[in-house]
Design a binder for this molecule. Structure first.
Ligand code: CAO
Length: 437
């Protein structure tokens, strides 16, 4: 006789209290191994919980909108067959995921972080482009239509509903996909990118290898970066600023506050200077809305800072930088980067940024091309400052020059304004840096 089993929320990483956004099964439904059961969504990622068993759904124990964490009861199932993890196909990407699968009987979660379909699902013949989770979530459609749209990789946010009060119907999703297929995928939102699949290569044919699974952060960040790389038309403006006086002032400050254990790095000055520049160029403190036809102008000044941690890159956000002193920003930056490295950041800590800074100045390099942290429209890359001969008043003088690399979304920012922004920022940093205090 078939066993009735409790199906629990599996290991979903560091997320707690994650919202149930879709329930894909109902009592009486027959499910196969790997069929999706529910979708969960936090600020940062959406994930489907696939079934580890085949059988029949008995009872659903959660409702849409519930907040769940690892170990919570989702549903009960009359199980006829269970798949041991080792039975999964030995395909490279699955192997990587398998290594991360917890040893418990809980099924592995399938992160489908905002940008795209899971890599291990067959892609449609013409990919409609990455799903934009924010607009997908806001779209007016029933769970079954949502499920259907997800299966096809159709972005509900781009579909106009013909149902009552604009509700999106299954037929609307079909029409959308048909339109993409007939147009060859071109010109439909962010979609239509057709590329050859990467060939599967057995690298061991060429020499000794070792397979290391990506961390959860690597996988999530990778998906966001990939989405931003292919959907945002990037331009990077390079510039440099003379921080000789700033550095002298910073040293004085650090000396003054030494006994209190306070240390301010160049980054704190950059954050304060960025606020001044955002006020001067409000278009840099904006996001495109989901229609792509309006700019959402922000009146607050929250700055994301890329932090390199052993588990991967994270971008916590320092809020209201405009109303905090330079010293407070510096202190918060240090506390936040420790929190990031201790893996204590919550999704809220990483949301709401207006613009980001990626500083590689402590490491090295002369310039780089950072990827815009969409829906933000610009990111400031900072490389290592060095002393250079600068021609001033008829002679070369040694000055400490800081390289800046500003990447921006060319849909929102024109090249001229990109150059104006870095020139302005450069001036704010080089002239009277004590004003930033
Ligand atoms: N030029 C020269 N020296 C610099 C510098 C610059 N632009 N920026 C920092 N430094 C110096 C600091 O003054 C400090 O020197 P001292 O110890 O002698 O005072 C040293 O480099 C180390 O600084 P830091 O990196 O610890 O501190 P920070 O405030 O500059 O940066 C943080 C903090 C969290 C942003 C940084 O540690 C970090 O993680 N950077 C990596 C970000 C990243 O990975 N970006 C890539 C994203 S895209 O993949």
């Amino acid at each position: 006789m078939a066993d009735v089993k409790d199906i629990l929320v599996p290991d979903i990483g560091d997320f707690e209290g994650v919202e149930v956004i879709e329930i894909m099964v109902a009592p009486g439904d027959a499910v196969s191994i790997e069929d999706p059961l529910v979708s969960l969504e936090s600020d940062k990622a959406a994930m489907e919980i696939p079934s580890e068993h085949a059988g029949t759904i008995k009872e659903i124990k959660i409702s849409l909108g519930d907040k769940v964490s690892q170990g919570d009861l989702l549903l009960t199932m009359e199980v006829t067959e269970s798949a041991p993890v080792k039975d999964k196909k030995p395909e490279t990407k699955k192997e990587a995921a398998k290594t991360e699968t917890p040893k418990s009987s809980a099924p592995a979660n399938k992160p489908v972080a905002a940008p795209s379909q899971p890599a291990y699902r067959p892609a449609p013949a013409v990919a409609p482009g990455p799903i934009d989770e924010a607009s997908f979530r806001k779209a007016y459609a029933s769970p079954s239509v949502r499920k259907f749209a997800r299966e096809l990789g159709a972005n509900l946010g781009q579909i106009s509903g013909t149902g009552n009060k604009g509700r999106i119907l299954k037929d609307d999703v079909k029409a959308f996909i048909k339109q993409i297929l007939t147009s060859g995928g071109a010109g439909v939102g962010a979609g239509g990118i057709q590329v050859e699949p990467m060939p599967e290569i057995d690298f061991s044919k060429f020499g000794e290898i070792e397979t290391q699974p990506l961390t959860k952060i690597n996988k999530l960040t990778g998906k966001f970066l990939h989405r931003n790389w292919v959907t945002v038309p990037h331009v990077t403006q390079f510039d440099e600023t003379d921080i000789t006086d700033l550095e002298a002032f910073r040293k004085q400050l650090n000396e003054k506050y030494k006994d209190e254990g306070i240390k301010v790095t160049v980054l704190a000055f950059l954050m304060k200077a960025l606020v001044t520049a955002l006020k001067e160029f409000p278009r840099f403190n904006a996001s495109l809305d989901n229609t792509g036809e309006n700019l959402v102008m922000k009146k607050y000044f929250h700055i994301g800072v890329a932090v390199d941690t052993p588990a991967g890159l994270v971008v916590p956000v320092i809020r209201d930088v405009d109303s905090k002193s330079l010293i407070d920003v510096g202190q918060e930056l240090i506390a936040t980067s420790h929190k990031a490295r201790d893996k204590k950041l919550t999704p809220t800590d990483m949301s709401g940024g207006c613009i980001s800074i990626s500083s590689l100045g402590g490491i090295g390099g002369t310039a780089f091309t950072p990827i815009v942290n969409a829906p933000e429209v610009a990111i400031l890359g900072v490389s290592r400052a060095s002393i250079k001969p600068v021609y001033k008043d008829g002679e070369f003088v040694p000055r400490l020059m800081l390289p800046l690399s500003l990447s921006y979304d060319h849909r929102v920012i024109d090249g001229a304004n990109g150059a104006r922004f870095t020139s302005f920022l450069s001036k704010v940093l080089s002239d009277n840096p004590e004003n930033l205090l």
